[in-house]
Write a protein that binds this ligand. Structure first.
Ligand SMILES: C[S@@+](CC[C@H](N)C(=O)[O-])C[C@H]1O[C@@H](n2cnc3c(N)ncnc32)[C@H](O)[C@@H]1O
Length: 350
């Protein structure tokens, strides 16, 4: 039988070796990695480098940034795999730097650009620590959605980040789930409609309705495919489209339980009896072991932390999702793992 470890003050203050001290610096440096990658995304640095290696001065001339700053940014970026420095101060693309290009089919540039607004929100996290309320409320009383809609530039960065995130996930969703069983889809809080468009490309007989806030839907309108329609409204109170399958991707993680129940009940009242609800969310797993390579913590833990800054939402476990579904007239039938960080929780009317 093991005895509880009694920590004496000497074990609390025992010296650690130099390796631990050096490793600890990684916790401080993480901010530099993120900020550096965001600068590269924001200033279009990866877009300005083509297949021919170029010096930082050449890339600076193409992008209008300061050459002395850029060489330091690019050199630092090479240490975490974004660009590679080849001979004579010239930089070359790597897999990671290509993912920061706008024209890459799996581009994550939009997701990285969201670090800019998130940086501002993280700066107000003291407010969350003291009150448990979103940091965004310390910036704008109406919270994150009001803060985003107050600035077209910020709103555009956010919407593009959502499309970028979905672009990174969509192949994994398509290979994990058979969407061809449905003839109509509604994507509730579907942002720019990237998921819906991609699924409709795979299911040529189906039609789809994008539902989101009016301004978001307006900005998505020109990208709608010909089997897609769009409805602007409020998913808490407006009536929702009728469809065989409902997507709700990374929407309920933005809200506390009370608001989640309102959304789920509203979809339930619109849904025909045979409909399916597909919640696409991260899942908090009980163990905190990372499924990712190296030292990185699980993405769902990071997102759960980040949501403190954005909203009253949070990431949830499978059983927390199940309880919310049960309480709103849905029954969780199965949970499908995908190769991305997303899971598909399939629910049917109870
Ligand atoms: C985290 S984003 C997810 C977007 C998209 N489903 C995706 O995964 O890419 C949440 C979405 O909910 C929408 N939203 C927030 N409040 C809403 C409301 N009251 N009514 C309708 N949509 C809303 C936002 O505009 C945003 O597009």
């Amino acid at each position: 039988m093991s005895t509880p470890l009694a920590l004496s003050s000497s074990s609390l203050t025992a010296p650690v070796d130099q390796g631990e001290l050096n490793g600890f610096c990684g916790l401080i440096e993480a901010m530099g990695i993120t900020k550096c990658a965001q600068l590269i995304a924001d200033f279009g640095i990866a877009d300005a480098l083509d297949e021919v290696p170029a010096t930082a001065a050449e890339v600076a001339a193409r992008t209008g940034v300061n050459a002395n700053a850029l060489v330091r940014v690019m050199r630092y970026a090479t240490t975490f795999g974004v660009f590679e420095e080849v001979g004579a101060g010239q930089f070359h693309h790597t897999v990671r730097s290509r993912l920061l290009r706008s024209d890459h089919p799996q581009s994550l540039r939009g997701s990285m650009r969201l670090v800019g607004p998130a940086w501002t929100l993280f700066g107000a996290l003291d407010h969350s620590m003291q009150t448990g309320r979103p940091a965004a409320e310390a910036i704008v009383p109406g919270g994150v959605w009001e803060w985003l809609s107050a600035s077209p530039n910020r709103a555009q960065i956010f919407d593009e980040a959502m499309s970028s995130k979905t672009r990174g996930d969509v192949a994994a969703l398509l290979s994990a789930y058979d969407f061809s069983q449905f003839r109509s889809f509604a994507d509730i809080g579907g942002g720019q409609g990237y998921l819906l468009r991609t699924v409709l490309d795979q299911v040529p007989e189906a039609t789809g309705t994008l539902f989101d806030q009016p301004a978001v839907v307006e900005s998505a309108r020109e990208r709608l495919g010909n089997r897609m329609s769009a409805v602007g409204g409020d998913f808490f109170k407006d009536s929702l489209p009728r469809a065989e399958a409902y997507f709700l991707m990374q929407v309920i993680h933005d809200w506390d339980d009370e608001h989640v129940l309102m959304i789920l009940r509203n979809i339930r009242s619109a849904a025909p009896p045979q409909a399916k609800l597909l919640l696409i969310e991260l899942l908090l797993l009980q163990n905190t072991q990372s499924a990712r390579q190296g030292y990185l913590p699980p993405w769902a833990r990071f997102m759960d932390f980040a949501l403190l800054a954005f909203s009253m939402g949070r990431e949830r476990t499978r059983s927390e999702h199940e309880k919310l579904l049960d309480a709103s007239g849905w029954h969780l039938e199965r949970v499908v793992r995908t190769e991305s960080f997303q899971w598909i929780l399939e629910a049917v009317p109870a």
